[in-house]
Design a protein. Structure first.
Length: 452
């Protein structure tokens, strides 16, 4: 049995108890914003990402998708499939601006919601039960407001849990069939009949959390469809996938998803990653790059009024293996150089088995800046290396001694623009270029070798 080409849902409006969870996903978000800002791009194949040899597509317009271009695809392959493809670098300040407006629209009608990045979120409609809100009507109104106020289309799914709501939102969107763009319904409710059909017909890769590598592992076990997962004991799955993922997938296979909508709208981490046009051969080449990334993370922390107590680095090598290292402190950081000290100490301790194609710094264990206290003494959980202890001591000193300078620089940038004041590392052709925080959107370098 093959998955159906189309699935439909009854027209009658479910109750909040039947469809309590809503998932909304903005269509081709990054590309849509670029087209709004430059109407000449409308109707053309547009993508956002890195245009260089190591670039990756992050978002593609539906015109580009007609040629098979999709997010996560190597830019080289995307241009081969669509020779006229226009690849633009990401402008995250602009996307964040639209995202804030998107969240504000949702908040006005749905008080309990959980963002999943800039362009999608879950909402729990049960808090609206006393207002006699009907899910399909609420979804249609939200979709109309997003389109009218942001000029961006979106797809909305409704279901009994997060699993089916997200599958439903995908079903609500336009799709390309044999090179032709087919319009979606815009709003889709996964009723019991549809739920059963999906669990019988959809492939395992349609499930939340099943990426390419997990999908390959499952296919090696002869598990290509969701229905086949029900035939395998959870303990057997755990041997190949680990106990946590095995338990999750076993639940999904019978339509069970107990994850609540977490009404937590504060970022759990702040980070910045880059893919390089030329891989780094060793630690000595990392210095300026790490310092610049630490500056991006520090500025993002201060802009949010937060400090972090954990600094993590991530490195991806040319053999496509990745590692991460982290250090948790007893004091909070938001100083660029203090963050750099910890990140460099972590990177220096790594055994570089191959050249590095991606590097990133992430800050987590976030707290309000006003609550930060620099204790006079502290314990280091990981004192494996004296260098790491020394880095923490220097980091503490920088954090405590430069608060006035940090605030003065941030004030100038807030008044006159991000690139009004910078360091030598920020110099580029035509003046200062102070990088914006991108999180885990490392699209790779553009054709000039600049990271997009």
């Amino acid at each position: 049995m093959k998955p159906s080409d189309s699935l439909t849902s009854p027209n009658n409006d479910p109750s909040v108890d039947e469809a309590p969870i809503l998932h909304v996903d903005l269509d081709a978000f990054f590309a849509s914003v670029e087209i709004i800002d430059d109407p000449k791009l409308r109707g053309r194949a547009v993508a956002v990402g890195g245009a260089g040899e190591r670039g990756v597509i992050a978002s593609a317009s539906y015109e580009a998708r007609r040629y098979g271009v999709r997010s996560g695809m190597a830019s080289v392959l995307a241009k081969r499939q669509c020779p006229g493809l226009i690849i633009l670098p990401g402008r995250f300040d602009r996307y964040e601006e639209y995202s804030r407006q998107f969240h504000a629209i949702v908040a006005q009608g749905m008080p309990v919601y959980e963002p999943l990045g800039l362009d999608e979120l879950f909402a729990d409609l049960r808090s609206l039960r006393r207002l006699n809100v009907r899910p399909l009507q609420a979804a249609a109104l939200l979709r109309s407001r997003v389109k009218d106020e942001l000029k961006i289309e979106c797809g909305i799914g409704l279901g009994p849990n997060k699993l089916f709501a997200k599958l439903a939102s995908k079903q609500s969107k336009p799709r390309v069939v044999e090179g032709r763009l087919m319009e979606g319904p815009g709003v889709f409710w996964a009723d019991e009949q549809v739920q059963h059909q999906w669990l019988e017909e959809l492939p395992v890769r349609a499930l939340w959390g099943v990426g390419p590598q997990t999908s390959k592992k499952l296919e090696k076990l002869g598990l290509s469809y969701i229905r086949q997962l029900r035939e395998v004991d959870e303990a057997t799955l755990a041997l190949h996938l680990g106990p946590a993922l095995a338990h999750t997938l076993a639940g999904y296979a019978v339509g069970r998803d107990d994850r609540p909508v977490l009404d937590s709208r504060k970022a759990k981490s702040i980070g910045h990653e880059e893919t390089f046009a030329r891989s780094l051969a060793g630690y000595a080449e990392l210095g300026e790059i790490a310092k610049k990334q630490a500056g991006v993370v520090g500025r993002a922390l201060r802009a949010s009024g937060q400090v972090c107590r954990t600094i993590s680095i991530v490195m991806r090598f040319d053999d496509m293996t990745s590692i991460s290292r982290s250090q948790t402190l007893s004091f909070g950081l938001d100083d660029d150089d203090a963050i750099d000290e910890i990140a460099c100490a972590l990177a220096e301790a790594v055994d570089w088995k191959a050249s590095v194609r991606l590097f990133g710094i992430h800050a987590s264990s976030l707290a309000k800046r006003s609550d930060n206290e620099l204790q006079l003494s502290f314990e280091i959980e990981d004192i494996q290396q004296d260098a790491r202890r020394a880095a923490q001591e220097r980091s503490r000193s920088l954090q405590s001694s430069r608060e006035g300078l940090r605030d003065a620089i941030d004030d100038v940038r807030q008044r006159f623009g991000r690139s009004a004041l910078g360091t030598g590392l920020d110099l580029a052709d035509g003046g200062l270029d102070v990088s914006a925080q991108r999180g885990r959107h490392a699209f790779g370098p553009d054709q000039k070798g600049t990271n997009a």
